[in-house]
Design a protein around this ligand. Structure first.
Ligand code: MOS
Length: 694
């Protein structure tokens, strides 16, 4: 058999790329159906209160309207873990924008017009929607996501800090950020013969299926949820969302398939967002910048509906050495939608604070900021006291400094001019946990010499499908054109959600194991020839994953940014962003690079543009679309580059660490640090907008 045409480590275009760009790839609401009806969600117009009167007469009279679902008329649901999913079950309103009705109609236009005609009267109560350091509801959660201790303490921070030659005590603020995947949250649901089929826009359909099963009291085998193609998620589609639930309720009510897509405006709240965070960082160091004491206190928000405890300060437990250390998390319960995952939840906002503070310490000590980070590097996890599986942060910093041209940098802030532009450069470190969740996968050989690999992984645009196929091709040792892979369907062997940067490591391991096992059996039983009746092997890597070496495993990285600030207008341009990462083995350099620069771009967007502006009077964000909630555009950055260093790590048998999120970690701090170097202005509240620079 000829050598594989595609294999791990070689750039390969996305397998589904052609289907996507030619429009034949079907997303959640592009599946055809006979008798299709359309849903339109109605949102609460008060921040807190109770619906006291429902009037749907005008909506129901609207031509084409088939049904109006409210808490009075919607099908009853059984309790599930997430109370947010108990939609249209009771009259209370917990946040402005909560979905309180759903109109189902013959056409999208009729559904939208019907939604406009639904009349709801409320009894309102006073609400509290703005996070402050002293909010009366502040409390200490039992743990922070996903299962980290809320607070940690090593040594004696107070004593170490008091005794330090150089002390820094600063507070950093980041606003709410909204996930804006290109494809909104959307689903098409069909009931037939007591079975439910849902095409969902989801990062993991196993959880959607089991949740629907509990909500509707159905055995799992009667439900099928697919997500073959997903137009982004960033975490907001990582948990089951309102869309498949509402579509399924509506489809049952009207006895027809129902298609429901949220509008862009409806994504600002009901599907999660990154919590605003207030972070106090205290660093105590000697005159050479060696940390003696480090403390990170984070305050974030949750809703009154359910707890979401962002793990903001967790990265400070691991990134730098210091004998005395403390981290804490506190949560406020506000009358707002529940925050949720957004690319690198925790590490992303946490790194803005810590890596800004490290830059401030470098300035205070008169030490180059790259050198400062090298001086505080550690091969031993500073809180666990055991060696990392591999680290290579120093290699990222050194390689990045060389590629970027960091040597001979003049440390003085606010002194370089190029015409109208003040010019500066900044650096920041990055860290993100490397995880290997167990998964099931199936590999089959056909009598015709072809192979099928099946796993319910999800490709949300990352290239996951292609990376898994590359792993399969190598493990089978056959030409790539003989290998087909199926993902994105709950009928396939179950696998972990596309989240936590864990897909290639976790799914990849099970695909590798299934394919190697199949290869062995084919070699033993058929001497490597095609099996006349086919042969199929299924594996589950739960035990293998649980038994992997316990060493602390993280991916690392270093960001380098050049910023230019117009001396009069404060306008900011970023000519160069450059990141170097240590992420274990890279399966597909092409899609890996895309993930890394995507994360870096999102960090640039966070640094300069993104900001959920909440109006306390209404308890809601006033900027609820892409015209007013600004995201970064091509003009903001001229050159953006991502590289990786060799990073050997046996903590995962494939050597894969994952890289979906690390690109955003530290990225915003590197931009802020470059702006400081350019202007001498230290901005501790994001976003950095031009009015703050003049
Ligand atoms: Mo990602 S925020 O782990 O889906």
């Amino acid at each position: 058999m000829s050598a594989p045409a595609a294999a791990v480590g070689r750039a390969h275009p996305r397998l589904e790329g052609r289907a996507k760009v030619t429009g034949t790839a079907r997303y959640a609401v592009e599946h055809p159906a006979d008798g299709l009806a359309y849903g339109w969600a109605v949102q609460a117009t008060v921040a807190k209160g109770r619906i006291v009167r429902v009037d749907t007469t005008a909506a129901e009279r609207e031509p084409g309207v088939l049904a109006v679902l409210t808490h009075e008329t919607a099908p009853r649901l059984n309790p599930v873990e997430s109370p947010e999913l108990l939609l249209l079950q009771q009259p209370r309103v917990r946040y402005r924008g909560e979905i309180v009705a759903l109109v189902v109609a013959e056409s999208l236009e009729a559904a939208r017009e019907g939604a406009r005609l639904v009349r709801l009267d409320y009894d309102t109560e006073p609400h509290s929607s703005v996070l402050t350091e002293r909010h009366p509801s502040l409390y200490k959660p039992d743990h922070v996501n996903p299962a980290f201790p809320t607070d940690t303490c090593v040594g004696d921070f107070d004593a170490g800090y008091e005794a330090a030659e150089v002390r820094l005590d600063q507070t950093y603020r980041t606003p709410a950020y909204h996930n804006n995947p290109m494809e909104p949250h959307a689903a098409t649901a069909y009931w037939a013969d007591g079975r439910l089929l849902v095409h969902d826009s989801s990062q993991g359909t196993n959880d959607v299926r089991s949740t629907l099963g509990r909500l509707f009291e159905l055995p799992a085998e009667t439900i099928r949820v697919t997500a073959e193609h997903v137009g982004g998620g960033f975490g907001s589609k990582g948990t089951p969302r309102c869309t498949p639930v509402l579509a399924a309720m509506a489809a049952r009510q009207v006895g027809r398939p129902v298609r429901l897509a949220l509008t862009r405006q409806q994504l600002f709240g009901p599907v999660g967002y990154r919590t605003p965070v207030i972070q106090r960082i205290r660093l105590g160091a000697d005159a050479d910048g060696r940390l003696a004491a480090i403390c990170h206190d984070a305050i974030s928000q949750s809703s009154t509906i359910e707890e979401f405890a962002e793990q903001t300060a967790v990265l400070t437990r691991t990134l730098y050495a210091a004998p005395h250390r403390r981290t804490t998390h506190r949560l406020a319960r506000l009358d707002v939608p529940t925050p949720s995952w957004m690319r690198a939840p925790g590490e992303c906002p946490g790194s803005f604070a810590l890596e800004s503070a490290m830059d401030e310490l470098a300035v205070a000590c008169g030490v180059d900021p790259v050198e400062l980070r090298l001086r505080n590097d550690t091969e031993i996890d500073p809180e666990e006291g055991v060696p990392f599986s591999s680290r290579n942060l120093a290699a990222c910093l050194r390689d990045g400094a060389r590629r970027f041209g960091w040597a001979d940098r003049d440390p003085a802030p606010g002194v370089r001019r190029d015409g109208r532009w003040l010019v500066g450069t900044g650096v920041a470190s990055a860290i993100y946990p490397a995880r290997t969740p167990g998964a099931s996968a199936e590999a089959a050989a056909g009598p015709d010499g072809t192979y099928q690999v099946r796993i319910n992984a999800t490709d949300i645009g990352t290239g996951a499908r292609t990376a898994l196929w590359q792993i399969a091709v190598d493990a089978l040792g056959v030409p790539g054109d003989r290998v087909a892979i199926s993902i994105g369907d709950s009928d396939l062997p179950p696998a972990y959600v596309a989240g936590g940067s864990a897909g290639t490591a976790g799914w990849g391991l099970s695909v590798d194991r299934a394919c190697r096992s199949l290869r062995r059996q084919l070699d033993e039983r058929y001497a490597g020839t095609a099996p006349p009746d086919g042969l199929s092997v299924r594996v589950d890597t739960t035990d293998e994953a649980a038994g992997l070496p316990r060493a602390p495993r993280y991916a690392f990285g270093a960001h380098f940014v050049e910023a230019r600030v117009d001396v009069d207008s404060g306008e900011i341009r970023v000519p160069r962003m450059l990141g170097v990462f240590a992420t274990g083995r890279v399966v597909n350099p092409s899609t890996a690079r895309s993930q890394l620069i995507g994360g870096m771009t999102m960090g640039l967007s966070m640094a300069l543009h993104e900001e959920g502006l909440l109006d306390q009077r209404f308890g809601d964000w006033v900027n609820r679309d892409l015209a007013t909630y600004h995201v970064t555009a091509c003009a903001d950055v001229q050159r953006i580059e991502a590289y990786w260093v060799p990073d050997e790590d046996r903590g995962n048998p494939l050597g894969v660490k994952g890289l979906g999120e690390i690109g955003i970690v530290g990225s915003a701090a590197a931009v802020a640090n470059a702006v400081h170097h350019a202007t001498g202005l230290r901005l501790r509240t994001l976003p950095i907008q031009l009015d703050k620079l003049v």
